[in-house]
Design a protein around this ligand. Sequence first.
Ligand code: ATP
Ligand code: MG
Length: 381
Amino acid sequence: MIFPDAMLGMLGGGQLGRMFTLAAHSMGYRVAVLDPDPLSPAGAIADVHLKAAYQDREALQQLSDSCAAVTTEFENVPAESLRWLASHCIVRPASEAVAVAQDRVREKAFFRDCGLGIAHSAVIDHADDLVSVEANLFPGILKRARFGYDGKGQARVANADEARAAFKKFGADTCVLEKLIDLACEVSVVVARGADGVARVFPVAENQHRHGILDVCIVPARVSATLAQQAEQAAMRIAERLRYVGVLAVEFFVTKSGELLVNEIAPRPHNSGHYTIDACATSQFEQQARALCGLALGDTRLLAPVVMVNLLGDAWAGGVPDWRCLFENPRAKLHLYGKHEARPGRKMGHFTVLGDSPDAALVEAMALRAALCPAFALTAA
Ligand code: ATP
Ligand code: MG
């Protein structure tokens, strides 16, 4: 076990790394962040900020020399860097697990091996593969196999011609063509598995997206107990099969016919788990620190129904939002990530609202958002 005040390493300095750093600091750990961006949100509050590329051998050496263990906050960190680090210090999660999450083709094959339902799909390696592709995959979504996030590297396609055009636009890299699902809703589960193999799930979150980006997250998800249990068990199975150590998020589709399909995994805390900071006995970031340090995992119990709302740069269009309504509401909590420039689509922060029920929290959260950013509320999807 690694105890405070050991130094913990974080690959990536975005908001996830920042919230990890806050949690680790409150437990008495020190944190070293590797991120080339001199203005990185986590780097700004870390004990050490190594401003270098993720492949920079010298920086990786410094990280492994100074840290008791290293983890990551984003899945696109070069697998080679993780492997190199793993031969020098403790790295959790392991690079093999991260590699599965980095590639939609491998990910889907892995879900199938786990016996879990997934959307009907086909691998597209060459434009020619689209000639013989099954017609019932349309309308579909063409997704790049690697390096997609927040709906980037995806295109909705009505037919093979559109798919071909999108494939070309994505640089003819391997893609997955996925049938468009008639969604009842989307849910996700954040699961943590400790070095001792004990896993704990956080309550199931119901996720609403806007323009391919997570917008609102409602907990507990308004789905049947059976479906929630199914999602929790699927997440546990995935963590178990990967022999995962750390925090892992699993995203699911719920079809109109009530079927649960696994969409994708993220080998790190997740935007849909931010509610745990204010509404659970243990946050996903404290859990990440616990798993990384080989400690027992914390209690994941939900203390109150909660809604989380993402604050994208769009909310700054009319100037800095007037935060007073959030601070004046005793059930609301504001979290800002310390990003200097508010660009459209950029995740700047989030707020949570606790309620007596998920529906009550949602009503209050939507009223707060409308008060915070009236223009944004008017364009609500
Ligand atoms: P993120 O990083 O935000 O999780 P991503 O770019 O990795 O996103 P996905 O999770 O695959 O991509 O897709 C983003 C969103 O697009 C989904 O949450 C869902 O709302 C919608 N979507 C993706 N695939 C499908 C599908 N086959 N049918 C219907 N909707 C879909
Ligand atoms: Mg996703």
